[in-house]
Design a protein around this ligand. Structure first.
Ligand code: NAD
Length: 444
């Protein structure tokens, strides 16, 4: 199938590269010329495991990348919208979605054949039918359901494992205005044989994405609230508590052969320094604000956000307990990305932690396997960025672990060679508390 994808960020580029790999003829479009040039040279502008290899295999073959949206729409059968949908502090910001809808509509005006437009960006329920569809009709002077179809296909990939998630989806949600639209989307996803398809209307497809993200965020804030209670009461460790919770038959049922199957959701039922990233915080806030417009308060989700916004402070209070004044204290931050496997620092808890430490006069050295360039953009020269884990631990009075990078499992053996031992604050409860001399963690 001939498909155009508008926006070559995490979602658009991964989608484009993977559909090309599956045999579709793909044209990716972005306004960012620098990005387009890089991708055309086979360089992925973001870090995602396996992405660059697949890009290099398909570029200039099944995959073209351009800034020319108009001709990309004219030369394809289906267009996916994958531009950003940030939260502007009040509500979802639809600027980019509206802009590309207008441009796609302008191209549809000059297109003789039936075309399908599908939104892949995360947008609050009702947006596809009430905003995207109306702009397309207005700009094209054509009729949705007659001259073109409008669909909604939320994306569930997780940064850090995006290519694998896209290539092996757990479900495919196809929202559509009518059967003709859904059929076109089925053809696009025909290459994912055997995957469960959910066919529904656009508004429900939009809501499935928000419900999925809201569930994960709720699990995290729930675990963090309990972790904070454990530390307030003393002599209870949230790690032991959650181990007991995870062993419930609901979360890790015992199979007839006696083995347990551990549900991956247990990874969200662990206390830490809070969730970040480009999706969970902004999506939950956008849903709350959208709910208010529909006359519905969402006290549960409001609490989920409130707990998360204060959770990073837990590591700071552990630090302040040992260092009432941080002026001139050398602090190492381990992990800058909002989660392992990605260089994305959007809404990473590392950002407010570092800002607060700088405000209090601490001297910061930070280490992350791949987010160094992102950190440089945010903090400039106000922090030192280390290229080596062992080096980053040296001459430090306190170390704070913020991201669960696999590499950090070797910290206990590295610390043995360092004297005097720094205070070690595990913001993710990743390491065994008995393996480090001056260990402190959230929820204990
Ligand atoms: N990042 C994730 O893990 C993830 C997962 C699922 C869903 N989503 C959703 O997918 C959408 C995209 O997210 P992302 O992280 O890929 O965003 P991103 O910010 O990484 O990428 C968006 C891209 O769109 C481009 N763009 C903006 N305006 C354009 C225009 N007029 N024409 C062409 N290109 C334009 C930008 O230059 C940018 O490259 C969002 O709605 C997000 O919520 C993201």
């Amino acid at each position: 199938m001939k498909v155009s994808i508008i926006g070559t960020g995490y979602v658009g580029l991964v989608t484009g590269v993977c559909f090309a790999e599956k045999g579709h003829q793909v044209v990716c479009v972005d306004v960012d010329k620098g990005k387009v040039n890089k991708i055309n040279k086979g360089i992925a502008p973001i870090f995602e495991k396996g992405l660059e290899e697949l890009l290099q295999k398909n570029i200039q073959k099944n995959l073209q990348v351009t800034t020319d949206l108009y001709n990309s729409v004219l030369s394809t059968d289906i267009t996916l919208i994958a531009v950003g949908t940030p939260y502007n502090g009040i509500e979802i910001d639809l600027t980019y979605v509206k802009e590309v809808s207008r441009q796609i509509g302008n191209a549809l005006k000059d297109k003789a054949n039936y075309h399908v437009v599908v939104v892949k960006s995360t947008i609050v329920p009702g947006t596809t039918d009430e905003v995207v569809l109306s702009i397309l009709e207005e700009a094209s002077k054509k009729k949705a359901g007659v001259d073109f179809g409008v669909g909604m296909n939320p994306e569930f990939l997780t940064e850090g494992d995006a290519v694998n998630d896209f290539m092996h989806p757990d479900r495919i949600v196809l929202g559509g205005l009518d059967n003709r639209t859904i059929h076109a989307m089925e053809e696009l996803y025909h290459c994912f044989e055997g995957v469960d398809l959910i066919r529904t209307n656009n508004k429900t497809a939009e809501m499935i994405k928000y419900a999925s993200n809201a569930l994960l965020a709720t699990m995290i804030s729930f675990s963090n609230e309990l972790g904070n209670l454990c530390s307030a009461m003393g002599n209870i460790d949230i790690v032991d508590v959650m181990k007991g919770v995870h062993m419930s038959n609901y979360l890790s049922p015992i199979q007839p052969d006696g083995d347990r199957v551990v549900a991956p959701i247990t990874a969200f039922l662990i206390a830490g320094c809070g969730f970040g990233g480009s999706c969970l915080p902004k999506d939950i806030k956008a849903l709350i604000s959208h709910g208010k417009k529909a006359g519905k308060q969402m006290p549960l989700l409001e609490a989920v956000i409130r707990i998360n916004e204060h959770q990073y402070e837990q590591v700071l209070s552990l630090l302040n307990r040992h260092f009432p004044s941080l002026k001139g204290i050398h602090v190492t931050i381990l992990g800058l990305a909002f989660k392992p496997g990605t260089d994305d620092m959007r809404e990473s808890p590392a950002i407010p932690i570092i800002r607060k430490l700088l405000d209090q006069g601490a001297l910061i050295k930070a280490y992350d396997p791949i987010s160094k360039h992102e950190a440089k953009k945010i903090f400039g020269d106000s922090i030192e960025i280390s290229n080596d884990l062992f080096e980053s631990l040296q001459n430090s009075q306190a170390v704070i672990l913020v991201t669960r990078w696999e590499e950090f499992y070797k910290i206990p053996e590295l610390l043995v060679n360092i004297q005097p031992q720094p205070l070690f604050i595990d913001g993710r409860r990743m390491l065994d508390k008995h393996s480090i001399e001056n260990y402190q963690g959230i929820g204990m």
